[in-house]
Design a protein around this ligand. Structure first.
Ligand code: ZN
Ligand code: ZN
Ligand code: FE
Length: 782
């Protein structure tokens, strides 16, 4: 980007030579709802200049008039005057004739023009606001809805553009006189803070106990304000569950140290093993629960405040049933003032389980009535408030790899911040895949990814997908002209796209799943390719009708070719092999030793399972589709090691296999290349030998990880040799495995490959829609 001063000086007008100058800067990026206009106001008036600043649906317009030198200095150092949470993507400048304006004004927002970045993501509480709610003398002491220009809810409370109080649910709360004074005072840090309020004019917290016939112990009375916090804290201390209304939905909270209440939540949610996130007051508590890797503190302290997966310490603060079988636990800071106040209370446990308030895989609850009617069996009390949630938004999830963050679920704090595409194109709606769904809508070069939708094979989530699409498209003012979906004909998202394409007579692109994974990685890095696209994944529909998932591609914006893939193996019983890893163990063992020996081997490891019946299925193609999936190979190994034969959540076996992998183990198993197939009989046999020799499964797991990393390394070296490519993109659900990802990075960088890894877009299916959108963008440049 050209600096503002450069562009501005290109075209100094005649009137400017008179000594006065007026210039208009139209600023695009994250510039609304972050205190941009007040910061500009202070800087411009401080420099003795006049003019005006106003939000437009496209960004912010700033007109500055004053002595030439002052105006030039201001525009030349424009970045320095911006508030901390603003981000500038582009500035368009225009010289204007001086109008003799000496004063500087913040104008009422204009609604003219095209909406480009109307709404910022939700922002975690800032340190000033956090200080105020515990300041005994301040008027915002104990106030659970304290916000300012650089913190608080945004996307989740927005119902129109541009982002303003009157286009958000804060319209329900007219400012009191004192707040009005702050809002209008250029010297105040809440000058033009759209979401601000105070105890006398803003939302209020409420505690509502849920009475249950079978639970006679509920004695908490309904209460409001400070008392509501006390009641919630007391309930949590007493081992009860509290549904807490947050930014993008209700959490179900309980004491993270209390095994009994966690087990109760797990039973009622229908979530026997999947890890539960934990909320803590601050970084020092987080550091007692988990090992703070480099960069983790910044993530936790930052404005996005995602759940960060970190290595679990041995601590009484969290029960073993928070993240059973896993080495890491997801931790997030208290990111709203209400959460902060709850943790200030002496009764509140130091760590709280904070899981989404819903049944497993259903959309997160956003209103009291749903909690009260549908979820009353798992909720003992509700810490509610009267600020509506307009847009549902789950917590985001991130992990750390070598000091860099990788987002696994891109939702609160990220959505709807756009990813910039290479070129302008007509508006695109990319529907994504099936699991961990998020869709993408584009406008011009901007790709807006939706918050996390979830598994759309669930009927409620499929309905949520459609509703969220309608809302998002209205909110962003995007009417799609081109559609994209996965190649799988039966994904609900593909069916929806097909119907929409037929109904509106729009073109529809079906994008191969693993190519879309690689494209999503290219989108994030603004790379064109071709690159070596390593797409190690669970399952995705392949061009040949088989189920792909262990693909080494040469891929760029213009297309891809499949160069290597894991050798196909049958998935005995189809879909069931995804949730029952022992089926894949049988399949891979049978491929090496034959069905009888496979059954005999697994009989020693997993007695009591219908091994013979499953093994006999394996060779009947009508029941057992073929897959090249890398995720399924992880499943097979996890089962062979006796770690997990039947999963209760997606990816469980692979996660638990990663969790046991020992550090510092060198060496791996044999694998080979046969044409375009990568074969692992040596690996399967080697693991069997190690098991027979009594080797530690932690060592076997590490060797297996090394094997996969070595296979990826060798594939890349061969493609460098044949195609002269030096850049590798690592994507697919398997790349959530940070143990594997770390080793791949090390090996590839040792050979001086440029390695593109995911940061802000998930490597799993949560990123697929962005890849689909880029596919269309590259073909329909306008
Ligand atoms: Zn603040
Ligand atoms: Zn007020
Ligand atoms: Fe995938």
């Amino acid at each position: 980007m050209k600096s503002v001063a450069e562009t501005a000086n290109d075209s100094v007008s005649a009137s400017a030579r008179s000594g006065m100058r007026r210039i208009r800067l139209v600023v695009y990026g994250r510039v609304q709802g972050v205190g941009f206009r007040p910061a500009v106001y202070r800087a411009v008036t401080g420099a003795g200049c006049g003019g005006r600043v106003y939000n437009t649906p496209g960004g912010v317009s700033v007109e500055i008039e004053g002595p030439q030198r002052a105006v030039t200095r201001l525009t030349g150092h424009f970045a320095d005057i911006l508030p901390p949470r603003a981000r500038v993507d582009e500035i368009v400048t225009e010289e204007l004739d001086p109008a003799g304006e000496k004063e500087f004004h913040i104008d009422v927002s204009s609604t003219a023009g095209e909406s480009l970045l109307p709404i910022p993501p939700d922002l975690a509480i800032c340190s000033e606001c956090a200080g105020e709610i515990t300041d005994r003398r301040g008027r915002r002491r104990g106030y659970g809805f304290n916000t300012c220009t650089c913190c608080g809810p945004r996307f989740t409370i927005a119902d129109g553009v541009p982002f303003d109080r009157r286009t958000s649910v804060m319209e329900d709360f007219p400012l009191c006189e004192k707040c009005l004074g702050e809002f209008g005072d250029p010297a105040d840090r809440r000058f033009h803070a759209q979401t601000m309020s105070c105890p006398s004019c803003g939302p209020e917290a409420q505690f509502i106990p849920i009475a249950r016939g079978r639970d006679k112990g509920v004695e908490f009375a309904p209460s409001a304000g400070d008392e509501a916090i006390c009641a919630a804290a007391a309930a949590l201390k007493a081992g009860r569950t509290v549904a807490i209304k947050g930014i993008g939905g209700f959490h179900l909270a309980c004491n993270a140290a209390d095994d009994a209440v966690i087990q109760r939540i797990r039973t009622l949610k229908g979530r026997p093993h999947k890890a539960l996130a934990v909320m803590v007051r601050d970084l020092s508590t987080a550091a007692r629960i988990c090992r703070m890797e480099p960069g983790a503190g910044d993530m936790l302290r930052g404005e996005k405040a995602p759940i960060v997966l970190l290595e679990k310490k041995d601590t009484p603060l969290i029960s073993g049933s928070v993240a059973p079988g896993l080495g890491r636990v997801g931790v997030m800071p208290a990111y709203t003032p209400l959460h902060r106040l709850l943790f200030e209370h002496p009764d509140t446990p130091e760590a709280l389980v904070m899981t989404s308030c819903n049944r497993s895989e259903e959309p997160i609850a956003i209103d009291r009535e749903t909690v009260r009617t549908d979820l009353s069996d798992m909720v003992d009390g509700i810490l509610d408030h009267n600020r509506r949630i307009e847009n549902r938004c789950d917590d985001s999830v991130a992990g750390m790899v070598g000091g860099a963050a990788v987002v696994f679920r891109r939702s609160r704090g990220y959505a709807p911040e756009p990813v910039m595409l290479p070129a302008d194109s007509p508006p695109v709606f990319a529907t994504g895949a099936m699991w961990k769904n998020a869709f993408t809508l584009t406008k011009g070069r901007r790709a807006f990814m939706s918050p996390h939708i979830g598994d759309v094979s669930d009927a409620d989530n499929a309905a949520y997908f459609e509703a969220a699409y309608r809302k998002f498209s209205v909110l962003l003012g995007i009417e799609p002209e081109i559609l994209a979906c996965d190649m799988h004909p039966d994904y609900p998202t593909s069916v929806f796209a097909r119907r929409m394409a037929q109904g509106r007579d729009l073109p529809l692109h079906r994008v191969q799943h693993h190519y879309a994974h690689v494209l999503s990685c290219l989108a994030e890095h603004r790379a064109q390719g071709p690159v070596i696209g390593v797409s190690m994944d669970g399952t995705g529909y392949g061009e040949d009708g088989h189920i792909w998932g262990g693909e080494i591609l040469v891929a760029g914006l213009q297309g891809y070719s499949r160069r290597f893939h894991l050798k196909y193996a049958p998935m005995p019983g189809g879909e069931r092999a995804v949730s029952e890893p022992y089926r894949m163990a049988l399949s891979h063992l049978a491929g090496v030793f034959g069905a009888d020996d496979a059954v005999a081997i697994m009989g020693r490891i997993a007695p009591g399972l219908p091994l013979e019946a499953v093994a006999s299925l394996a060779w009947r193609r009508e029941f057992s589709p073929l897959t090249s999936s890398c995720g399924r190979l992880f499943d097979a190994v996890a089962s062979m090691l006796g770690i997990r034969h039947i999963s209760t959540y997606e990816g469980q076996a692979a996660c638990e296999l990663e969790a046991v992998a020992a550090a510092g183990v060198k060496g791996g198993y044999e694998y080979g290349f046969e044409g375009d197939e990568i074969v692992f009989p040596g690996t399967i046999a080697g693991i069997c030998e190690d098991i027979a020799a009594g080797a530690d499964r932690c060592v076997i797991s590490a060797r297996f990880h090394n094997t996969i990393a070595g296979m990826i390394e060798e594939s890349c070296l061969m493609l460098r040799e044949s195609d002269g490519l030096d850049t590798v993109a690592l994507s697919g659900g398997v790349m959530q495995n940070t143990y594997l990802l770390g080793r791949c990075l090390k090996r590839l960088r040792r050979h001086d490959f440029t390695v593109l890894v995911h940061g802000e877009v998930p490597p799993n299916d949560g990123g697929i829609s962005l890849g689909q959108a880029l596919y269309v963008n590259a073909r329909h440049t306008s």
